[in-house]
Design a protein around this ligand. Structure first.
Ligand code: GDP
Ligand code: MG
Length: 759
């Protein structure tokens, strides 16, 4: 079967065309890099079936980004029968830059001039026949979105395949043209495939190319020095020289084929530009984004979404609902819950009922109490605790998907780029960070859009600091318990400050890493801003389904297994006798807890908490499996320590923690340190596995160490300063010393680098 590759810039419409051709249902987003994975489908409407490969979006064929490497290796090694180069007609010149590189390959090629519907709407025209003549192969006007002319495109591509093609270049008459021609001859003699392409790359001093052909590389260098460099002009930066030559050629030969209806004047801004005047305003842009972000969190998490006041009792009477009925999940003390919370309560109710049903069923079968405990508390309890967060996470993702698909997120990343740069990362880090509030796993995968490897690793490391949905119960339960046990503060304020602490820790550790172990220039952030448009319903649903699948999968694999293990450890003693919930402090888990308890003494929840203090140690450790386990552990352990709580008190998790505070005499600073520790330390299993996959096995151990060090440092700082304010002075001195140390280190390294460059 013939294979055609779709190649083009990010957001040029590759995936849309891919879907139109193959009828597949891949997600279409505006975020550059959504297409990192290779997608393959079959086009069946032509005279013969054709395999279509959707390559990642790229601006060039240099080996700098993972996307570029994937695309380059594919076209060079797998040699598709035809390259369909998608060109966004509304950004003709920028897109043709890649075209001038692709045409240097010896592969039949055809240009799909996409977004012509937008072009038409603007009244702009492109003289396709002239463009075709000048480029040297077929150009077909299409609209991938409206699916116009795509069959025509495939027909032309099938014709193009029939004649073999030898690469051509627009650099022939440029300053480096002769150097390229010489290199091409040398590589041809050596029997290299696609000699023209490799010759250009060799002249560009492309790392991979120079390493593969060292002899030819030095010959090229010598040739350039002798023949191209003059007194006045040194063509040493050949890469920039070639890029410049490409653009000059495009401007001279291709640009004139585009006729704009008229220059956009101030009054005639297109709709998208008008929206941008407000949303990406110089100083209002970021505050507007913060308001949008707040609204999203409000819709997802707030219990008091809409204040209804006295309407609630009236409504309750009208529908005959008692406070204990299903309506309870919808309303909250005088207000309407947010959609996220309503769904959360609904699912909680459902999983509770299933749990009760399971217990009743097993009791009816006269099952062993150990079996009932395992199935109901161990297995179902754990799975339900994970599933219960699914609605809120889906609501959060739905809203982020809308912002992403509409083209807004790309602009926010752009606006924040300037601020992020100060902390050592580009605006590309923004989307992964925001996603981290939902779940670290997709967030870490999303860092693949980042260009620079060091920048990317640093970002993967700080993503867990953006407190994910599973950590929220810890924040809510402990903050609520502090308010209840000590009568101080406001639970909301504590929760929000913990989020802020997480973000601040992330930004500061980025700053430190990018000046020490992950030193380097911040990569440039160039991106085509997509035009605004309505997100497609189908795409949103597909996106959501992806997330839901991931969570359900997690619940029935990792969580299931870990629940069974924890249940066994907390219900059996070392001599393997069943103690159940009542004898939990003699269980295996308790003895392990007591062993590790002293580790947490500097953080305030270690040995100073006395004989029951091990529960905090155990809860923190179970959090390594899934953060949801922390509060679940508190619940069971509080019961085993003799807490007597009513059915309703058991629901929120607040009363169990309040009981444990009394049983252990934990102080407020210690409890805040406990939240901080859980938020900043090694994330859950799933996130650890993902980070390992993204960073690579070898370097991963340093990431684990990083999480441990940061969480211990920050939490003990919180605890000691909270407990003894004067220790702030010691911390301040330590921070100052580290800052000076980093500054000195950077000076030395800069000097070394400059010396290396001179050589
Ligand atoms: P990719 O990054 O190259 O895969 O680009 P996508 O296929 O994800 O498309 C980027 C955006 O452009 C999406 O929002 C598409 O809906 C939109 N798009 C793609 N093709 C067209 C088109 O022909 N006309 C219009 N108006 N929009 C398009
Ligand atoms: Mg795509």
């Amino acid at each position: 079967m013939l294979t055609f590759a779709l190649a083009g810039n990010p957001n040029s419409g590759k995936t849309t065309l891919f879907n139109a051709l193959t009828g597949s249902t891949a997600h279409v987003g505006n975020w550059p890099g959504v297409t990192v994975d290779k997608r393959v489908g079959t086009y069946k409407k032509g005279e013969q079936p054709v395999e279509i490969v959707d390559l990642p979006g790229i601006y060039s064929l240099s080996p700098y980004t993972p996307e570029e490497v994937i695309a380059r290796n594919f076209v060079l090694n797998e040699k598709p029968d035809c390259i369909i180069n998608i060109v966004d007609a509304t950004n003709l010149e920028r897109n043709l830059y890649l075209t001038t590189q692709l045409m240097e390959l010896d592969i039949p090629m055809i240009v799909a001039l996409n977004m012509t519907d937008v072009l038409d709407a603007r009244g702009d025209t492109i003289d396709v026949r002239t463009l075709e003549k000048r480029i040297g192969f077929s150009v077909v006007e299409i609209s991938a979105l409206k699916e116009t002319n795509v069959d025509e495109l495939m027909k032309k591509a099938l014709i193009a395949v029939k004649t073999p093609r030898v690469g051509s270049t627009v650099l022939k008459d440029s300053l480096l043209g002769s150097a390229i021609a010489n290199a091409e001859i040398a590589l041809k003699l050596k029997g290299v495939n696609a000699p023209l392409f490799h010759a250009v790359k060799l002249v560009e001093k492309d790392e991979i190319e120079v390493a593969t052909h060292p002899a030819e590389a030095s010959a090229v260098e010598a040739f350039i020095e002798e023949n191209v460099c003059t007194e006045k002009h040194c063509a040493c930066d050949t890469e920039a020289e070639i890029a410049d030559a490409r653009y000059k050629y495009i401007t001279a030969h291709f640009s004139s084929t585009l006729t704009r209806a008229r220059k956009h004047s101030y009054d005639e801004l297109s709709k998208s530009d008008k929206v941008d005047k407000v949303l990406t305003h110089k100083w209002a842009g970021i505050p507007i984004f913060l308001v949008i972000l707040f609204a999203i969190f409000h819709v997802t998490f707030s219990e008091n979404f809409l204040y209804l006041g006295s309407m609630i009792p009236a409504f309750g009477e009208w529908c005959g609902a008692e406070s204990e009925s299903v309506w309870k999940g919808i309303f909250f003390a005088g207000g309407l819950n947010s959609p996220g919370v309503i769904l959360f309560n609904a699912l909680d109710w459902l999983t509770g009922k299933i749990g009760e049903g399971l217990a009743l069923g097993l009791e009816g079968l006269n099952a062993n109490p150990a079996v009932i405990g395992l199935v109901c508390d161990g297995v179902w309890g754990g799975i339900a605790s994970v599933l219960s967060f699914l609605p809120q996470i889906l609501v959060l993702f739905l809203m982020f998907s809308i912002l992403e698909d509409s083209g807004y997120m790309a602009r926010v990343a752009f606006m924040l780029d300037r601020i992020f740069r100060r902390f050592g990362v580009s605006g590309r880090a923004f989307m992964p960070m925001i996603m981290g509030f939902g779940c670290s796993v997709p967030a870490m995968i999303n860092t693949r859009t980042m260009v620079d490897e060091k920048e990317r690793e640093a970002t993967v490391r700080v993503i867990p600091f953006f407190s994910c949905g599973a950590k929220m119960p810890i924040l809510l339960a402990v903050a609520g318990a502090i308010v209840q046990a000590f009568g101080v503060g406001n639970a909301d304020v504590i929760t929000y400050s913990m989020y802020v602490l997480g973000v601040a820790t992330a930004l500061l550790s980025l700053l430190v890493m990018r000046n020490t172990t992950k030193r380097g220039e911040v990569s440039p952030f160039i991106m085509e801003l997509p035009i605004y448009h309505m997100p497609g319903f189908k795409n949103l649903m597909l996106h959501l389904w992806d997330k839901a699948k991931h969570f359900i999968h997690k619940a029935f694999t990792i969580i299931l297994a870990s629940c069974i293990v924890i249940w066994f450890l907390s219900n059996f003693t070392w001599d393997w006798s069943f103690v159940g919930e009542d004898g939990m402090d003699t269980s295996i888990l308790a003895s392990i807890g007591k062993l590790i308890q002293p580790i947490f003494t500097p953080l305030g929840f270690g040995s100073q908490l006395g004989e029951n203090g091990w529960v905090f140690a155990v809860a923190a450790i179970t959090g390594l499996i899934a953060k949801e386990d922390v509060i679940a552990t508190f619940g069971t352990l509080a019961l085993s320590l003799g807490a007597v709580l009513t059915e309703t008190q058991l629901e929120g998790g607040v009363d169990q923690v309040a009981f444990l505070i009394q049983a252990t005499n934990a102080t407020v600073p210690a409890l805040i340190a406990f939240i901080a520790f859980n938020m900043l330390t090694i994330p859950c299993f799933a996130a650890v596995a993902t980070a390992k996959g993204e960073i690579g096995e070898g370097k991963f151990k340093w990431t684990l160490l990083f999480w441990i060090v940061v969480s211990f440092l920050v939490s003990s700082m919180v605890y000691t300063i909270g407990e003894w304010a004067w220790t702030a002075a010691i911390w301040a001195v330590a921070v100052a010393a580290v800052t000076v140390g980093i500054a000195l280190y950077n000076k030395v390294m800069d000097k070394k680098e400059r010396a290396l460059l001179k050589k």
